[in-house]
Design a protein around this ligand. Structure first.
Ligand code: AHR
Length: 496
């Protein structure tokens, strides 16, 4: 029997709701088809945004959305995406399939989408091929409420009132697709671009995101932190889970054996080490710990579905992805003190998407259900919690080990405790005894997501993976005992 101890007296940090954020790039069918179909589409929409996607994302709890890229951000010139749609300049989306981008989804459409979703906006600026003036004017266009050239242009294009911009990213992957820079050069450019991103609204500061490392590039973190430590609010880490570890053959989204399954979770669990080490590196350079870490691209990355455009990064999503999501979100919760935002790549039809679409049809993926299960953690306070667990061994990774079970716990303003437990084992049930310190438990309710590791939801078929009420537990005086099935995610809601 494993032991889970939750200490409601040990209040650690508020879990920033933005840790549950998402990312939408002009890539494949994420924006076009997935979120935006245009006002004249036969797919039901409001101002061009597909109704079913907006409804599903709201129900899941989407706190913040990143846009317009990714690699696309450093080729995007925002003025091409405003004004009369008939006259908008077309461009080639060189990164993603070489398709024509007609710029019909631009700044006004993005803020309309955020309005419909009720979420905050994170805009990623162009440093790789843009100019300081271009980024400076974009911020003015979005946020300035007064008489100015950009505010007048915005009003002329139909939006008299400015929008709220919570985060601005200064470049994306500047070590790679965003300009192949070295960290010293990027650090200097960050300071230059950032200087002219003004805070126009009295008392409101747009949070500044500096391009951070890829995976375990601690050198980048060190050098960039040193340059931007007095200017940036956060540094962004990118880490993708690639089952085989090989970019030319990443592995199939649905067709995998037990070893590849275990290896995928092993690789996803690396997020723990990466967050801890990058924060330690940042703190060694800027020990006042003001600068936060964000992870604005994470998730699984497989070979594209057979027969689809290789540049569109379309992949299915199984119960394995749900375990990756539950492991990762529990890790994020545990780092609530230093994580400001995280963004799963990418919302619809791309990589580890929460939604998939096919014409009028829409599918909620297993990953969608994990985000929905975890949504109460948003803005809750993280509690000290401790779980004993066996280890799983990954043959494909030199017998590297990782915990079979992972959890986190938080408390809301009414004292209700939420605990989310994931069991990664493909075959082994876990028995846990949970105790809440100094607590007399009134009621326990629970929900479960479980299936075969390679089960998924598909168009035109009954859903195979979805949440159900979980009853395989017994309430005790100060907690509960429970039987956690293999390949499952369970949420306990405890009233005291
Ligand atoms: O999410 C897909 C791509 O992955 C993004 O455009 C880029 O930033 C990263 O390399």
């Amino acid at each position: 029997m494993e032991k889970l101890l939750i200490n409601p007296n040990e209040k650690k940090a508020v879990i920033n709701k933005d840790i549950y954020g998402h990312f939408s790039e002009h890539l494949g069918r994420c924006i076009y088809e997935g979120l935006y179909v245009g006002e004249d589409s036969i797919i039901p929409n409001v101002n061009g945004m597909r109704k079913d996607a907006v409804k599903a994302l709201k129900e899941m709890g989407i706190p913040v959305l990143r846009w317009p890229g990714g690699c696309f951000a450093d080729e995007y010139h925002w003025k091409d995406g405003i004004g009369d749609k008939k006259n908008r300049k077309k461009m080639i989306n060189t990164h993603w399939g070489g398709v024509v981008e007609d710029n019909s989804f631009g700044t006004h459409e993005f803020f309309e989408l955020c309005r419909q979703l009720g979420c905050d906006a994170y805009v990623n600026g162009n440093v790789g091929s843009g100019t300081v003036q271009e980024l400076s004017e974009w911020v003015e266009y979005i946020t300035f409420d007064g008489v100015s050239p950009m505010a007048e242009l915005r009003a002329k294009n139909g939006s008299k009132a400015p929008w709220n911009l919570k985060y601005i990213g200064v470049g994306n992957e500047s070590w790679g697709c965003g300009g192949n820079m070295d960290p010293e050069h990027y650090g200097n450019l960050f300071k230059q671009y950032n200087t002219y991103c003004r805070d126009y609204k009295a008392g409101e500061h747009i949070l500044r995101i500096a391009c951070g490392p890829n995976n375990d590039d601690y050198h980048w973190t060190k050098k960039v932190t040193d340059k931007v430590k007095h200017h940036a609010d956060a540094l962004s880490l990118h880490y993708y889970t690639v089952p085989t570890g090989k970019w030319h053959h990443k592995g199939s989204a649905t067709d995998f054996d037990k070893n590849e399954y275990i290896s995928t979770i092993f690789k996803a669990y690396r997020m723990e080490e990466l967050i801890s080490n990058h924060i330690a590196m940042m703190d060694s350079i800027a020990p006042w710990k003001k600068m936060k870490l964000i992870v604005d691209e994470w998730g699984t990355w497989y070979d594209v579905e057979p027969g689809t455009n290789p540049g569109f990064l379309y992949q299915q999503n199984t119960m394995r992805d749900a375990i990756v999501a539950a492991f990762t979100l529990n890790i994020f919760n545990k780092h609530a003190d230093r994580l400001m935002m995280c963004n799963l790549a990418q919302t619809v039809n791309v990589l580890q998407a929460v939604l998939l679409t096919d014409g009028k049809k829409l599918v909620k993926t297993p990953t969608y259900y994990v985000f929905k299960m975890f949504k109460e953690h948003q803005n809750n306070t993280l509690l000290g919690s401790y779980l004993t667990t066996e280890k799983l061994t990954s043959k494909n990774d030199n017998n590297g080990e990782f915990p079979q079970l992972i959890e986190s716990a938080s408390v809301d303003e009414n004292g209700v405790v939420y605990s989310t437990v994931a069991n990664a084992s493909p075959g082994k049930t876990s028995y846990i005894k949970c105790q809440l310190a100094d607590s007399r438990v009134k009621s326990v309710k629970a929900e479960i997501l479980t299936a075969q590791c390679n089960d998924y939801n598909d168009f035109g078929k009954d859903e195979k993976v979805f949440t159900k009420e979980f009853t395989d537990f017994k309430q005790t005086r100060d907690g509960f005992t429970a039987k956690i099935p293999p390949c499952s995610v369970v949420k306990f809601v405890v009233e005291r």
